[in-house]
Design a protein around this ligand. Structure first.
Ligand code: SF4
Ligand code: SF4
Length: 375
């Protein structure tokens, strides 16, 4: 099995010799000293509940002190609420509201508090503000931002942030001065934020949470591939991808989606060691990533919430990556035939899934192509 050299660090920590400890960075004007590895709750849209609770608790044991989720992530908030019982005081909780009216946002904040089983949310974000119209709607008088300000005045939240995938929308948002933190995509393949957004955030003392450091898991050796010893075809390792994101000093924490104790024990120890990667290494890594990576989907799972036929779209696209990049023909085709083909056959082409896809993919068309390749 492919192993990261940092797994050794996890073992040392478990041994209790006190040598290793999670590094922390100040999250902008919130002044919170955040663990450089944050727990991303996105993959828990459809949680394996027991496994999720164990993963979160192990991450907290290893020093993760920032947890991010969203009202839109299905059962994620509820699972996290269960997992963080007894540890709330040590944690900084960030969640998001994707609604676009003041009343809906106010209701969703109350629901987040209930699901997370907490009295206060540390940081609430306007979620997925990816278009200029979204931003306009969010900032409008009597709109979503106003609901967040009122929640802050009422003691339900401490800080307000914004999340999105496009710097050209987030830069004007930060310039309003309304936001204490920003969640933005930042990884080997998509590093647009470094041009203007990250320097601006630093200048304005806005905390930066980098999302999708592994591009939905596609940037590093997929676990399925790791077991089959095809790591040499990987775009990068988890270690390299996380170090890349953390090499930018503007980034306070990277949000990593980890769905099992094994993943936590592999990924969290990256936060135990200094992260700075020399510029020439970063450039070489990016060149390799851009040359080898075969993917188009960020694995965010937003489409799952929209699909009336319950088609596991990101998983199907991942199988295509396993086949095309990792040459795992048999595994990909057998898994597709046995589990996913019946799902794809139910696709009606309604395009609901495309409404919230941050990559603006033509999902039904890509599913048809995936079916041809995987069949
Ligand atoms: S187009 Fe297909 S995959 Fe997309 S939401 Fe409709 S049924 Fe689901
Ligand atoms: S298809 Fe789009 S919405 Fe669905 S997981 Fe991929 S990037 Fe996210």
């Amino acid at each position: 099995m492919y192993t990261s050299r940092w797994q050794g660090s996890a073992r040392r920590e478990r041994g209790g010799d006190g040598v290793v400890e999670m590094l922390k960075r100040r999250l902008g004007r919130t002044n919170f000293e955040a663990s450089v590895i944050g727990f991303g709750g996105g993959p828990f849209i459809r949680p394996a509940w027991e496994q999720g609770v164990k993963a979160v608790r192990r991450a907290i044991e290893l020093g993760v002190n920032l947890i991010d989720t969203a009202r839109q992530y299905g059962e994620s908030e509820a699972m996290l609420g269960e997992a963080i019982k007894g540890a709330r005081d040590r944690l900084f909780i960030s969640t998001k509201s994707h609604f676009r009216t003041k009343e809906e946002v106010a209701r969703s904040i109350d629901e987040s508090l209930r699901q997370l089983q907490v009295d206060k949310i540390d940081l609430i974000h306007l979620h997925s503000v990816d278009r200029e119209e979204d931003l306009k709607q969010c900032l409008a008088k009597g709109g979503p931002l106003e609901a967040m300000r009122e929640a802050r005045a009422g003691g339900k939240v401490d800080y307000i942030g914004i999340s999105g995938h496009r710097s050209e929308v987030l830069v004007p948002a930060l310039k309003t001065g309304e936001f204490d933190a920003v969640i933005v995509t930042y990884n080997l393949i998509n590093d647009d934020a470094k041009q203007e957004l990250l320097p601006l955030a630093q200048e304005m003392d806005v905390g930066v949470l980098a999302m999708k450091p592994l591009d939905g898991g596609f940037l590093a050796v997929p676990r399925e591939a790791a077991q089959l010893r095809v790591a040499d075809r990987a775009t990068s390792t988890v270690e390299a991808a996380l170090r890349f994101a953390l090499s930018n000093p503007a980034v306070a924490t990277v949000l990593v989606g980890m769905v099992s104790v094994a993943e936590v024990e592999e990924d969290v120890p990256m936060g135990f060691v200094p992260q700075k990667m020399p510029l020439e290494d970063r450039t070489a890594l990016q060149a390799r990533a851009r040359g080898t990576l075969y993917t188009f989907c960020q694995g965010c799972g937003y489409c799952l919430l929209q699909c009336p036929e319950d088609i596991d779209i990101p998983r199907i696209f991942k199988l295509q990556v396993l086949l095309e990049q990792y040459r795992m023909k048999e595994y990909a085709r057998v898994t597709y035939r046995e589990v996913f083909r019946q799902q794809v056959e139910k696709c009606t082409g309604c395009e609901s899934c495309m409404e919230r896809c941050p990559s603006q993919l033509d999902i039904p068309e890509l599913l048809r192509k995936a079916d041809l390749i995987l069949s």
